[in-house]
Design a protein around this ligand. Sequence first.
Ligand code: PLP
Length: 397
Amino acid sequence: MAKINSNYKNLSQNYLFSEIRKRTAAFSEANPGVEILRLGIGNTTEPLVPTVLDGLKLGVKKLSKVETYTGYGDEQGDIRLRKALSDWYDKRGIKLSDDEIFISDGAKCDAANITSIFDTSSVVAISDPVYPVYLDTNIISNKKVIFLESTDKNDFIPDLPKEKTDIIFICSPNNPTGTVFTREKLKEFVNYALENKAIIIFDAAYSEYIQDKNLPRSIYGIEGAKNCSIEIQSFSKSAGFTGVRLGWTVVPKDLIIENSIPGEINKLWNRRQTTMFNGASNIAQEGGLAALSEDGQKQTREQVQYYMENAKIISEGLKSLGLKIFGGVNAPYLWIKCPKGLTSWEFFDKLLNETHVVGTPGSGFGKMGEGYFRLSAFGHRENVEKAVKNIKENLKL
Ligand code: PLP
């Protein structure tokens, strides 16, 4: 008799985005013709840059000719892309060999799948609030989860776990708070991991939004990190690949945990990927190579700056009303303290009714997100400007 994996029953129902859709639809129905301004979703909005488009077109063209056609590629990814990424890290002073880099179809799958190579008895630490994927996948794989609280008392950067922890998920820059680990803080976590033979899963999907040169864009800039950290990365937010789908995960050969020898975790991830993944799209990988070229880097950096200018417009507008804002300086997310002690959903309704702006209630990202609200800098400039104008003119505080 087949039985379902009962761990799924332990997941809390996440109504966040369906509830946002429901409330927004109800508002539109009651107020026909009113323009809704969306500052809620972490999805990119601007077209791919020309060099990336050329790369993708090249990928398609290659498939049209018998001489250049390719079918399945290496599960680990196109060696040219792995080498290009190794060079990309090298320019940042980080040495990684191409067989430590595994190309994927995005950071979400890797962030979800990585837990499968660690023992079920592992205790996992996850910051709260955070990108919900880490929590749910560890619940599905029946691991004990502890929460590292991020509040205004610690500038939304959590403190070290108080109990012994085996796996620590760090998201920096953070979704949803937009805050970034400093070098010193990251070093504390790396030292903790080295001392406890724990492992850090470092999600750097928003690294390219970091403006402050002193903040770490990769965990491998921290001494000792190669012995205790896996880094997950993505082309989604840095190059607009949210729909194209391309990312990578670094599994250094120097990693050592309690019952492993150097190279073993790298081999394990290789085994996992070759068994359960058939490689990223060859077209997407050609696009990724183009994104890493000199022109690609220049153009995608400009696009990131476009979103960061949006962040500045939102931040300045809201601050002028006296609202308390975190993030938005080195990340495309702004984390707003709900005024007058409103809950996240009460503020959602107020913002929608008074200003027609849709954002994301912070409570959807964890218990500590209650009383906060996420706005996203992804959006067309004219919509962002309209939204900020509406908020400034109509939000009753
Ligand atoms: N990691 C974080 C922190 C995210 O916020 C997101 C998407 O919003 C992802 C990963 C997903 O990245 P990808 O599109 O590469 O799957």
